[in-house]
Design a protein around this ligand. Structure first.
Ligand SMILES: [Zn+2]
Length: 399
């Protein structure tokens, strides 16, 4: 998280990033054997549309970049349903799927379109999509259905807490761009440059303008790289950031548990100071975007806790949240360290949501990470809650 232009109070930097320096374009290399293997994993017609394309995309990469022997092994596993696809990939390639699809591929992939073309814009719920019009109709429909599902889900989650809903609605009502959050999918380098996707981060910006003493004008913009349907997980992650960000800066009367926070700037400063808070913010984005993403619900992927167990086997120990948070924030740690930080943030937030509900977790994301905030929100101090989460993580049978 870092400050952007003076008009922006803060920006949230997404996890998925990449660069466009390599000329390999996996999307266009989905041939018959790759697609037929991906289809073996599809359980129904809906999967065929939503799942096969992203999986075939990953398979194309694995086939080209890794050995023929590994590809043959993965092909043989196509009919082995005793383990899911993600476990097969971990077993054969010795890497997490996050590392392969969220890291390696992003750095080697080229945008699907080289030049800028005319824009297709369409609204779904409180989001306005802006994308070059050459994206194919199947992908367009999947994006629409995912966003419909998401905006409905987010509205339902917020409806459980009238104060949060009021703040969000206030933000949307006072949003520039016709009361919709603009979501730009960058499909070519020029577009990414125009959107400020420098160094290839997917970013969410949220600005705040005071028109007069009583009125705020919101600006929010989501810009993510788009390589194909595989990129929708980034898009949904960013959308959650934008929603939480709007609630955070909405000048409404929510009771912020930390009484030292008197104004919006202090809320923003307190967020930027706290790596723990960063992990809650990232954890919410990961948790919601994965829980309601058809890709993650398809049964082809591990649960986040299974992935933590797998990572712990690689590392030999569980990282604690604080160091994971600092690691994520600093960008100096290994890529695997950041993955583990995100897995842990996701798992910890899942635990908090299960035990305490969404609205308390969203409130936590709006405060500094200290005992008094944990106690006022959850009635327990931070270490006690961490310990309980770790126990459920290490002893899943007891949960
Ligand atoms: Zn993020």
């Amino acid at each position: 998280m870092k400050k952007m232009k003076s008009t922006l109070l803060f920006s949230l930097i997404a996890y998925l990033s990449g660069c466009a320096s390599n000329s390999v374009l996996y999307k266009n290399q989905i041939n018959n054997d790759v697609e037929s293997l991906a289809k073996k994993y599809a359980k129904n017609d809906s999967d065929k549309i939503q799942i096969v394309k992203p999986i075939a995309h990953i398979f194309s990469y694995l086939k080209i970049e890794y050995s023929q022997k590994q590809w043959e092994k993965l092909s043989e596993k196509g009919s082995d349903t005793s383990k899911n696809l993600e476990t097969h990939i971990q077993d054969i390639y010795g890497k997490s799927l996050y590392r392969i699809a969220g890291g390696e591929m992003q750095f080697k992939e080229r945008y699907p379109f080289d030049a800028f073309s005319s824009l297709d814009t369409f609204s779904v719920g409180f989001v306005k999509i802006i994308v070059p019009n050459r994206i194919d109709s199947i992908e367009r429909n999947v994006i629409i259905s995912q966003l419909k599902n998401y905006t409905d889900t987010i509205n339902a989650i917020l409806s459980s807490d009238p104060e949060l809903k009021e703040r969000f609605d206030y933000g949307i009502k006072n949003m520039r761009n016709d009361g919709k959050i603009p979501l730009v999918l960058a499909t070519n380098p020029n577009q990414a440059k125009d959107e400020g996707l420098k160094r290839s981060y997917a970013i969410t910006n949220l600005g705040y303008y005071q028109k007069n003493r009583d009125t705020a004008l919101f600006t929010a913009r989501i810009a993510t790289k788009y390589f194909g349907l595989i990129s929708t997980s980034t898009m949904l992650h960013e959308l959650v950031h934008a929603v939480v960000g709007i609630i955070e800066i909405s000048p409404n009367k929510i009771a912020i548990p930390n009484t030292n926070i008197k104004n919006l700037q202090k809320i923003v400063d307190s967020m930027a100071d706290s790596s723990q808070n960063m992990m809650i913010v990232e954890g919410i984005a990961e948790s919601i975007s994965q829980k309601y993403n058809p890709m993650y619900n398809s049964g082809y992927f591990n649960t986040v806790d299974q992935n933590i167990s797998w990572q712990v086997k690689q590392y030999g120990h569980l990282h604690d949240m604080e160091s994971a948070g600092k690691c994520y924030n600093g960008w100096f740690c290994s890529f695997d360290g950041r993955i583990l930080a995100l897995y842990e943030a996701n798992s910890f937030v899942n635990y908090l949501i299960k035990e305490y509900g969404y609205s308390k977790v969203i409130r936590l994301a709006m405060c500094t990470s200290n005992d008094s905030n944990y106690i006022s929100i959850f009635g327990k101090n931070k270490n006690e809650i961490f310990d309980q989460w770790k126990r459920t993580l290490l002893n899943p049978a007891k949960t």
